[in-house]
Design a protein around this ligand. Structure first.
Ligand SMILES: *Cc1c(COP(=O)(O)O)cnc(C)c1O
Length: 370
C-alpha cells in the first residue's frame, strides 16, 4: 500500500483538472489579472486608442484589456466566449447581420421593441424577411423554423414575460439549418444558461442586470462556436460598435455582485407577486416564476396604471430595468410598443431594497385606485 504524500500548496501537476467553480465564485473571480506580486486585483481602465505594434490589439477598435476582463467573466458565467458591444442593440445588429440577403428571421412578437424595430427596419428596406410568432406556441414556432435562417428567442420576453421552450425550438431550428440566438437579458446566466441547450448565441443587454446600476450602456454576445466567434469579431471590428473602457470597467464591477443582486431582487419579486395578487386594484399579475421583472394589469385599466406610476415615492417611473433600484413603467406609453401588449400593463423591475418598504410604497398608492 502506498502512502499518499501530503498535499503541498502549489504542487498540483499540470494534469490536475481545474476545479469546477460555482457561479457565485465565477462572478467574483473570473477576469482578474494574473496573481503575482504587486499585480492589481482588478483590471485597470485602459484608456487607449493605440497600442505598440506587433501584438494582438494594435488599435482601440480591435481590442482593449478592460473589455477582455469583462468578456472573460461574462463568458465564464454563460459557458462560452464573449464579445462586448457598445449596447444591447449594437449586439442585436451584429446578429441580424449574420444572415444573407432575403433570409427569414423568426422572432417573438413580444421581443424587446428595439429588436423588433431593427428587424422591421431591415424588412422595410428589403434586406430581410421577418416572421413574428407567439413564443409560447411551441408548435407554431417550430413550424415557422422551417424556412428560417435565424431563429430569435427572448425568454422571458420583454415586457409580456412569456417563456419559450428553448431546447425544443433549438432542435427544430438546427434541423432547418438555422442559427438560434437567445436574448438572456431578463434571466441572466445565473437563472438560465441557453448554451447548455445548444443554442448558437446568447445575447445580453449588459445595460440591465449584468452591469446592474443604471449607469452604463453595454451589450454582449456569447458563443461556443469558434468560427461564429471569428465572424462576429470581424463584424465588430468593421462596424466599430465597441464599448468604452470605462463602461467595460463599470459593467465588470457590477457583475461581481450579480449573484447577490439577482438573488435578492428575485426574492423581493416573489414576495411582491404574492401580495399584488391579493390587492383588489390589481386584475392580473404576470410572472414567469423566476427573475425580478413583474407585469401588472389593473381592475380600473389604463387610468389606474397611469396614476400608480405617478403616486409612489420610492418606486421610480422610468424605462429600462435590472438596476439595484425598483423602477416601473407603463410600456404602452411608447407608441412603438407592440399593440398586443395591454394598454394598462405596468412592467415592474424589482430592485434590492427592503421588500417591506417596496410593498408599503406600492400598497399606499394601490389603495387609492380601488
Ligand atoms: C434593453 C434591452 C435590449 C437593448 O439593449 P440596450 O443596451 O438598451 O441597447 C435588448 N434586449 C432586451 C431584452 C432588453 O431589455
Amino acid at each position: 500500500m502506498t502512502e499518499k504524500s501530503p498535499v503541498v500548496p502549489g504542487s498540483a501537476t499540470p494534469s490536475t483538472p481545474p476545479p469546477v467553480r460555482r457561479p457565485a465564485t465565477v462572478a467574483v473571480h473570473a477576469g482578474r489579472p494574473e496573481r503575482k506580486p504587486d499585480a492589481p486585483f482588478n483590471e485597470p481602465i485602459a484608456m487607449a486608442s493605440v497600442y505598440v505594434a506587433g501584438g494582438d490589439m494594435e488599435y482601440g477598435r480591435y481590442g482593449n484589456p478592460t473589455w477582455t476582463a469583462f468578456e472573460e467573466a461574462l463568458g465564464a458565467l454563460e459557458g462560452g466566449r464573449c464579445l462586448s458591444f457598445a449596447s444591447g442593440l449594437a449586439a442585436v445588429a451584429c446578429v441580424l447581420d449574420l444572415v444573407g440577403q432575403d433570409a427569414t428571421v423568426v422572432m417573438p412578437r413580444h421581443s424587446y421593441q428595439g429588436t423588433i424595430m431593427q428587424l422591421g427596419d431591415l424588412e422595410a428596406r428589403g434586406r430581410l424577411k421577418g416572421v413574428l410568432v407567439d413564443i409560447e406556441d411551441t408548435d407554431a414556432v417550430i413550424a415557422a423554423c422551417e424556412d428560417a435562417a435565424l431563429v430569435w428567442l427572448e425568454s422571458p420576453t420583454n415586457p409580456a414575460l412569456e417563456v419559450a421552450d428553448i431546447a425544443a425550438i433549438t432542435r427544430a431550428a438546427h434541423d432547418a439549418g438555422a442559427y438560434v440566438v437567445v436574448d438572456n437579458t431578463f434571466a441572466t446566466p445565473l437563472l438560465q444558461q441557453p448554451l447548455l441547450d445548444d443554442v448558437d448565441l446568447v445575447l445580453h443587454s449588459a445595460t440591465k442586470y449584468i452591469a446592474g446600476h443604471s449607469d452604463v450602456l453595454m451589450g454582449a454576445l456569447v458563443t461556443r462556436d469558434d468560427q461564429l466567434f471569428d465572424v462576429l469579431k470581424k463584424r465588430r471590428d468593421l462596424t466599430g460598435a465597441v464599448p468604452g473602457p470605462m463602461e467595460a470597467w463599470l459593467a465588470l464591477r457590477g457583475l461581481r455582485t450579480l449573484h447577490l443582486r439577482v438573488e435578492r431582487a428575485q426574492a423581493n419579486a416573489q414576495e411582491l407577486v404574492a401580495r399584488l395578487g391579493e390587492h383588489p386594484a390589481v386584475a392580473k399579475v404576470r410572472y414567469p416564476g423566476f427573475g425580478a421583472v413583474i407585469g401588472v394589469e389593473f381592475a380600473q385599466g389604463v387610468l389606474a396604471a397611469e396614476l400608480l406610476v405617478q403616486k409612489t415615492k420610492l418606486w421610480v417611473h422610468a424605462t429600462s430595468l435590472g438596476g439595484v433600484e425598483s423602477t416601473f413603467e407603463r410600456r404602452r406609453r411608447w407608441k412603438t410598443e407592440s399593440q398586443t401588449i395591454p394598454e394598462d400593463l405596468v412592467r415592474m423591475s424589482v430592485g434590492i431594497e427592503d421588500v417591506e418598504d417596496l410593498w408599503e410604497d406600492l400598497r399606499v398608492a394601490l389603495d387609492t385606485l380601488v
